[in-house]
Ligand binder design. Structure first.
Ligand code: ADP
Length: 168
């Protein structure tokens, strides 16, 4: 009997970047379905609200029927179990990602029954790319075209124009 393989790709996605999209496309070669799960845990300096982040992810992945977008609160492993999935995907960029990811993965495999965390190395061209660096570049008026899709760029520029108007 065929069981479809589902993976959960959790994160903040504030906003989604080409680095995330690369991990998603590569995951689709291994899994039948990927659920991008935006964490609802409060973040003080988030640029986009949860619904805006979900909307942007849906927009950029609208032609990919094997990806769905969702949000979760509370423990990730509870959400993974709820979705009847067994695999969490995380990306790894620099060694600096490793210690934190290692700790979380160990904790999740201890408290989460039979849940595996699968790490994917970043592609070389995205090794330095993070949502926070893109936010910073955009807020200072830099070009972000090689980091995020057009829809995300437009949404960011709107946010920062609004912010600048409020400040001036
Ligand atoms: P979090 O706040 O949970 O780290 P992010 O939205 O920043 O959420 O990232 C979600 C996941 O995507 C993390 O596993 C992160 O390591 C990975 N990721 C982010 N940017 C890249 C990138 N450029 N290359 C590979 N993985 C990435």
């Amino acid at each position: 009997m065929h069981h479809s393989r589902i993976a959960i790709y959790p994160g903040s996605f504030d906003p989604i970047t080409y680095g995330h999209l690369d991990i998603i496309q590569r995951s689709l070669k291994i899994f039948d379905h990927v659920i991008v799960a935006v964490a609802r845990n409060s973040q003080k300096n988030a640029l986009f609200g949860i619904d805006e982040r979900v909307e942007l992810i849906r927009t950029v992945l609208k032609d990919e029927p094997r990806v769905s977008v969702d949000t979760f609160t509370g423990l990730l492993i509870d959400y993974v179990a709820l979705k009847k999935a067994h695999v969490i995907i995380r990306g790894l960029r620099a060694i600096s990602d490793f210690e934190y990811e290692f700790q979380i993965a160990q904790m999740n495999s201890t408290i989460g029954h039979a849940i595996e965390t699968l790490f994917m190395m970043t592609s070389v061209q995205y090794g330095y790319l993070s949502s926070s660096i893109v936010r910073e570049v955009c807020s200072l008026g830099g070009a972000v075209d090689s980091f995020v899709p057009q829809a995300v760029k437009n949404a960011m520029q709107q946010k920062y124009c609004l912010k600048n108007q409020l400040l001036s």
